[in-house]
Design a protein around this ligand. Structure first.
Ligand code: NAD
Length: 419
């Protein structure tokens, strides 16, 4: 029974990583108990009317994991697999992600169990407005600041911001990030996660003596994160030999034309039917011989079922939680380096922070400024993680958690626990 429960718990897996780092930090048991429990979990029904007039009810979630360093921060996921367990794990990761790149935010995450691909624009708008209305009291620029995640878009953020602003009777752009530019979105936000992931990947490749020119890159997931990362790797002279999305995987030994694949995916809303490479299975993609593998789709893609056959020198976790702890140990034993999710995909929340800061100042930045500051934040903090990993002789993931936990605990210790 226990074993089965553990296998399905994303949050259980997430805590395993935390515990490893907490042990090395000698974190005292009370603090450990506090940090392995979410501050607040909210579940509610979202009644909405289908275009046909039929009344439907979905379930919505928002988890505010920790507020020690600032307002909760984290995306909203629209996906059929959304559960309280998954949202809690994602909020937990956001806590460490914000801390590891030193942003003044805590961690949060939200979601609706639904399949956005089967919903019309009007249905999505009604669901989003009801979702936002349910959360009016608990979100806000100084409370909790949502953003896009899997299945949600800048347009959805615009509806959220509009609904919140209507309820509180004032214009509040800083209640969400990842908005369209017209209403206070930041330049460079859409590309930020993929850009950040490729920046730290290229830094690590240099450290490992992998020449970016011609380096073989494999990318799982061709959405916001995967497609931008693919383009950045191609721009750096790398050879992207395989990409995939939910419709299948596409490979070419000589390297794919990424600009062409991006244009195709934009036009057809997926890679289905893409002829720029040989069609292979999604499972085969994860086992291709490559320098860098970037899982940029969903959780648990690298697991005990395939870890022994993964054939990469470096794994860069564009997605949240793509590697199970068991698989992670296999990679460490096999000498495969992993840049963990909380560092590799922190570019998105970093530019979300810039967006929030621009909204509060009422002063937008140029794209070059955004990208320059993003590179500074990512590379400075990644260097700290690398140094700590070397100093303590631990994997990058453990070092990243140690740095993040240390920062959150420092804030909690100064504030004191209201107990
Ligand atoms: P997205 O919805 O834009 O794209 C997801 C992609 O993964 C799609 O191409 C989809 O077809 C593909 N996919 C789904 N299941 C797959 C499978 N089994 N095999 C291959 N491909 C599959 O989402 P996104 O915003 O790119 O997010 C991807 C991951 O990155 C998620 O884990 C998300 O939490 C994480 N992330 C996103 C951001 C961001 O700014 N968007 C920031 C940090 C982390």
């Amino acid at each position: 029974m226990m074993q089965a429960a553990r296998e399905v718990s994303v949050f259980g897996d997430a805590i395993a990583y935390f515990n490893e780092a907490a042990e090395l930090l000698d974190l005292e048991p009370g603090m450990r108990r506090l940090l392995t429990k979410p501050s607040r979990q909210i579940i509610f029904s979202i009644p909405f009317q289908r275009d046909s007039g039929e009344l439907e009810v979905f379930t919505g979630y928002r988890v505010q994991y920790n507020f020690a360093r600032g307002p909760a921060k984290g995306g909203i996921r629209y996906h059929p697999g959304v559960t309280l367990d998954e949202v809690t794990a994602l909020a937990f990761w956001m806590t460490w992600k914000c801390a590891v790149v030193d942003l003044p935010f805590g961690g949060g995450k939200g979601g609706v169990t639904c399949d956005p691909l089967t919903l019309s624009k009007g249905e999505l708008e009604r669901i989003t407005r009801r979702y936002a209305a349910e959360l009016v009291e608990v979100v806000g620029p100084d409370k909790d600041v949502p953003a896009p995640d899997v299945g949600t878009t800048p347009q959805i953020m615009a509806w959220f911001m509009d609904t919140y602003s209507m309820h509180v009777r004032q214009h509040v752009p800083g209640v969400v990030t990842g908005k369209p530019l017209e209403i206070g979105g930041s330049r460079g936000r859409v590309e930020a996660t993929g850009r950040g992931a490729s920046l730290v990947a290229l830094a690590q490749m240099r450290r490992m003596g992998i020449d970016p020119k011609g380096a073989r890159i494999v990318i799982q997931g061709f959405g916001n994160v995967g497609s931008v990362a693919a383009q950045m790797f191609a721009d750096a002279g790398c050879k992207v030999i395989a990409i995939s999305d939910v419709t299948g995987a596409y490979a070419s030994e000589t390297g794919l034309d990424i600009a062409n694949a991006v244009a195709y995916a934009q036009e057809h809303h997926s890679l289905d039917g893409f002829r720029g490479g040989d069609k292979i299975t999604n499972d085969a993609l994860l086992e291709l011989d490559c320098d860098v593998l970037v899982p940029a789709a969903l959780e648990k893609q690298l697991n005990v079922g395939n870890a022994a056959r993964v054939n990469a020198k470096l794994i860069v976790e564009g997605a949240n939680g793509p590697t199970t702890p068991d698989a992670d140990h296999i990679f460490t034993q096999r000498g495969i380096t992993t840049i963990p999710d909380i560092v590799a995909n922190a570019g998105g929340v970093t530019v979300s922070y810039f967006e929030w800061a621009q909204n509060r100042a009422g002063y937008p930045w140029k794209e070059s400024e955004v990208n320059e500051r993003l590179a500074d934040v990512m590379l400075d903090n990644f260097a700290k993680v690398s140094d700590l990993a070397q100093l303590r002789n631990v994997p990058l993931r453990t070092a990243a958690y140690m740095l993040a936990i240390d920062r959150v605990v420092a804030s909690m210790n100064v504030r004191g626990v209201y107990a």
